[in-house]
Design a protein around this ligand. Structure first.
Ligand code: FES
Length: 168
């Protein structure tokens, strides 16, 4: 087998392994989605594009932002699917992301500790920096003009599971 053939066969194998793991990845994401009591966190008339609102959920010490991005986002709600909510603690070492939202790029960050930036249009995916985990996304629902938090996708920094007890 030539070097070229070897490399090509390796690429096919890696691609097949990748495809085979997709159902498992979807299942893992679903397992990380935890439901909590429904809590009103805002209203459509009061929410202005690019102006985030702070709220705590699902526990009093867990800080989040609710923001209307102005562009469609993964997990977004509303007519434009552009209203999202995310936890404000960096997934790397818990750095505070409060006040770091950038409307021009729809990102949260850079984290003041090690400069991680999170893309709020793609489920809080890391775009740069030291973190490897996406930012936990708050699951939202709209009823009439009110916005409700109903769950959390991902693990908030400091919790080993989404219980009311922090581990650090
Ligand atoms: S704590 Fe945020 S990048 Fe390290």
């Amino acid at each position: 087998m030539s070097r070229r053939q070897f490399l090509l066969s390796g690429g096919v194998t890696i691609a097949l392994i990748g495809l085979g793991s997709l159902p498992g990845m979807v299942q893992a994401a679903q397992l990380l989605k935890a439901s909590y009591p429904r809590q009103k966190i805002g209203s459509l008339p009061a929410l202005k594009t690019g102006v985030p609102l702070d709220f705590n959920y699902p526990y009093p010490d867990v800080r989040n932002i609710l923001v209307k991005l102005g562009v469609e986002a993964g997990g977004g709600v509303g007519v434009q699917k552009d209203i999202v909510a995310f936890n404000q603690q960096c997934t790397h070492m818990g750095g505070p992301l409060d006040g770091t939202y950038k409307q021009e790029h729809q990102v949260l960050g850079p984290c003041p500790l090690h400069l991680t930036v999170f893309d709020l249009t793609h489920h809080g995916m890391v775009t740069s920096g030291h973190a490897t985990e996406s930012l936990p996304q708050i699951v939202l629902e709209i009823q009439d003009d009110d916005i409700y938090a109903v769950g959390v996708m991902g693990l908030v920094y400091g919790y080993s599971a989404m219980t009311s007890q922090r581990t650090v």
